[in-house]
Design a protein around this ligand. Structure first.
Ligand SMILES: *[C@@H]1O[C@H](CO)[C@@H](O)[C@H](O)[C@H]1NC(C)=O
Ligand SMILES: *[C@@H]1O[C@H](CO)[C@@H](O)[C@H](O)[C@H]1NC(C)=O
Ligand SMILES: *[C@@H]1O[C@H](CO)[C@@H](O)[C@H](O)[C@H]1NC(C)=O
Ligand SMILES: CC(=O)N[C@H]1CO[C@H](CO)[C@@H](O)[C@@H]1O
Length: 475
């Protein structure tokens, strides 16, 4: 079983394990267009963004048509993902010969094997595709912005990034030959006789919309993409929102009380802003902050629905990320949710302060909390330097991380100059020093050249963290 896990883990994180895919992110165009963030201090982070954009764009474009298995409707245009912990039990179905994969799907009951990831999950890799796509739409527009002001950071012109991102958006959501139908009826599909139905938890598969919204709003604000350019994706959003509002799977997901609910609201509010329905987005976010959020933070700052889980450090960070993303979406449309307290009297900053006090357990990485701590430091200030000191104590390369570009102003703890000096290479030939990783091991001083064995070990470790984080996020 061990080897299967490793194979699956490596397949999941693939060649770009070096860059973390944050659980979610929204950055308003006014933040990105503020020239003060393009400082010498953020130069290493700017380079990281361009490198990640290069890496991720090489995998695209993505399409639901790419998967090698079909949903029950027989058309690949329908999004499909499988429940990751479920395995077929063919022992009592009475077959006298081996069954084909397709026969297994509909003949053998699928039973849960706790913690055992079924690698056939990736046969229907629409979830991997959409996650990569959303990162591309987050970072490629940022690369365009950065290069507009500093072309020396890439051999590609800014338009290389914005065109590829727009093309990828259109391939996934707009072009009739390759586009996804606007529903998640078969997300986290439970296979087996008579079931073949998506799960409420599957709605989480598309929780990434705030990332795409970030890139789209930036490109629109810079007049790089016209209304015409994005008309197709906006139309897609208009057809999908009613599904999110009325489908029974979506309604069940909305009615959950933990991170699943938080990410549902991220998704719906971002789509409403995308289609120009700021009123609707405001109502959605108010529903979250006056509703389920009220019970998500205890008086001491703990998030009880998350810390009850097997990986509390991971889940606290994961849910806090969704809450912060919703607070940023709200701020963008003029609704201050940052200071809204839960019923216990504690709020976002208390949840961050509490989560910081823990050490990650097995399968968890300290870095899972970095962007959230940075966001809180920027929003509430860091007068005694405790947030910057915490980041520096965990990661001497934090000013090179992707989030450091937009989470400003934030102290670099005197680390940026060294990272900028060392990170001179813009070419993307394999693992290099100074790249962000998602590692919680010590060391990482970034000194000296490449270390083959260390790099392999690190990427295996990262793959396992990726597996843990990816899989845990689904339940
Ligand atoms: C840009 O950012 C700086 C530093 O955070 C801030 O003082 C300034 O008000 C911002 N400018 C605008 C136009 O938002
Ligand atoms: C029934 O099908 C399963 C799945 O292909 C297979 O493992 C099993 O050996 C089959 N049983 C017989 C008797 O062939
Ligand atoms: C799933 O898609 C992602 C994103 O493109 C890719 O990195 C990964 O290698 C894919 N996994 C498999 C098993 O195809
Ligand atoms: C890996 C892969 O096959 N990608 C393809 C997915 O579908 C799009 C649209 O048809 C193609 O352009 C990609 O090459």
């Amino acid at each position: 079983m061990r080897w299967m896990l490793s194979v699956a883990a490596l397949a999941i994180t693939g060649a770009r394990a070096a860059f973390p895919s944050y659980p979610n992110e929204f950055v308003a165009p006014s933040v990105l267009l503020n020239a003060s963030i393009r400082s010498e201090t953020t130069l290493a982070a700017q380079r990281s963004i361009i490198k990640y954009a290069d890496e991720i764009l090489r995998e695209g474009p993505w399409s639901v048509m790419n998967k090698s298995v079909n949903p029950p409707t027989g058309t690949s245009s329908d999004y499909l993902s499988y429940r990751p912990y479920y395995w077929p039990d063919c022992s009592n179905v009475g077959n006298t010969t081996e069954l084909t994969q397709e026969q297994i799907y509909v003949t053998c009951p699928y039973v849960r094997r706790d913690g055992q990831f079924n690698p056939d999950y990736r046969l229907a890799n629409d979830s991997g595709s959409v996650q990569a796509l959303m990162d591309a739409i987050l970072y490629a527009p940022m690369a365009h912005l950065i290069l507009t002001h500093n072309q020396s950071l890439s051999k590609n012109p800014p338009e290389f990034y914005s065109r590829a991102a727009l093309h990828a958006l259109n391939v996934f959501f707009v072009n009739p030959q390759t586009a996804m139908n606007p529903h998640l009826n078969f997300s986290q599909l439970l296979r087996g006789p008579g079931v073949q139905k998506g799960s409420p938890t599957g709605v989480l598969d598309l929780h990434w919309w705030p990332k795409a919204l970030t890139g789209i709003l930036l490109m629109r604000a810079m007049n790089v993409w016209s209304e015409q350019d994005i008309a197709g994706v906006v139309a897609w959003g208009r057809s999908y929102i009613p599904w999110l509002l009325t489908n029974e799977l979506a309604r069940a997901e909305r009615g959950s009380d933990n991170n699943h609910a938080s990410y549902f609201y991220n998704q719906l509010a971002a789509l409403q802003i995308l289609v120009g329905d700021n009123e609707g987005a405001r109502a959605t976010l108010q529903d979250f902050f006056t509703g389920v959020y009220q019970e998500q933070i205890d008086a001491n700052g703990d998030q009880p629905k998350e810390s009850a889980r097997t990986h509390p450090y991971h889940y606290r960070g994961y849910n806090l990320c969704a809450i912060i993303t919703s607070a940023r979406l709200a701020e963008y449309i003029g609704y201050d949710a940052w200071n809204i307290k839960a019923a216990s009297g504690a709020g976002i900053q208390d949840a961050a302060n509490y989560a910081m006090g823990f050490t990650p357990g097995p399968g968890e990485a300290a870095s899972e909390l970095f962007p959230q701590i940075a966001a809180v430091a920027v929003k509430f200030g860091d007068p005694d330097g405790k947030y910057a000191a915490w980041l520096a104590s965990k990661d001497q390369q934090y000013p090179a991380r992707l989030w450091f570009f937009w989470d400003q102003p934030l102290s670099d703890s005197g680390l940026a100059a060294g990272l900028v000096a060392q990170g001179g290479s813009n070419d993307d030939g394999g693992p290099t020093d100074g790249e962000p990783d998602d590692d919680n091991t010590t060391g990482g001083t970034g000194s000296g050249g490449k270390n083959g064995a260390g790099a392999v070990q690190t990427s295996v470790a990262l793959a396992l963290v990726g597996l843990a984080v990816g899989v845990l996020g689904w339940f």
